[in-house]
Design a protein. Sequence first.
Length: 255
Amino acid sequence: MLGREATVSDMLGMPLPCPLKNPVRLSGGVAVFCDPCSYPKSLLRTVNMPGFTAAIGVHSRHVPGWSAAHKEAFKIFMRSPNTKALGEIGLDLTARGVKKQEETLQYLLRGFADPSRPVILHLRRHRGKEDEIYFRGLKLVGPCLHREQPIQLHCFSGSAVAFAKWQKRFPDVYASFSGLVSSFEEHQKQGLRAVPGDRLLLETDSPYLPAVGRGVGNTPHHVGDVAMLVSQVMQQPVLDVIELANANLKRLFRL
């Protein structure tokens, strides 16, 4: 287990929990710090590899414990030029304190969102009713942000209709896909196919989500396995999917 002093290079150097199905060479990515108890002491030291950048937020599940000290640390990070995105932040109906989550989300968006850097949104509810959270989230987020705000819908699992509604309100919205694609139902697969190529991102959500289809640990190196899943749903060559997502990552986060 890595502590607060760990760096991106430390994480990438950890032993793999399982073999990779589709090995790739990592050339960049976004390190997301959204657990206030594990905010790094120094972003510049932690994100210590070319091609990688950092995002700072507070995960919905951690909102109830977001203390005054955590908020001050967050504000300091948001003033840093090394912080390239706001997130993860959002709404999780499987976690407690939904009203407080909503209030915190709007506070963060109104106080810290800026069209010069992306917002990474975590929107989740119980399985089978995914679109409801995207519609509810849009109502919350819509009044708080400029139309030109770049947005990443983290671990997107909605339908084509859900993505279209977001894109109509925020033309610079992206959908990122993770190993959850392995359990997508048909309407979610259609949602993936409906995302334009220049709006597609790949992610592992490591170390939280298990590696694709394995039920074991996860690392950024497993992004190639995610790309393989996405390519199967899109019915496109996996290398094409990787190239698209890589170009989008660099454009969105100005890498």
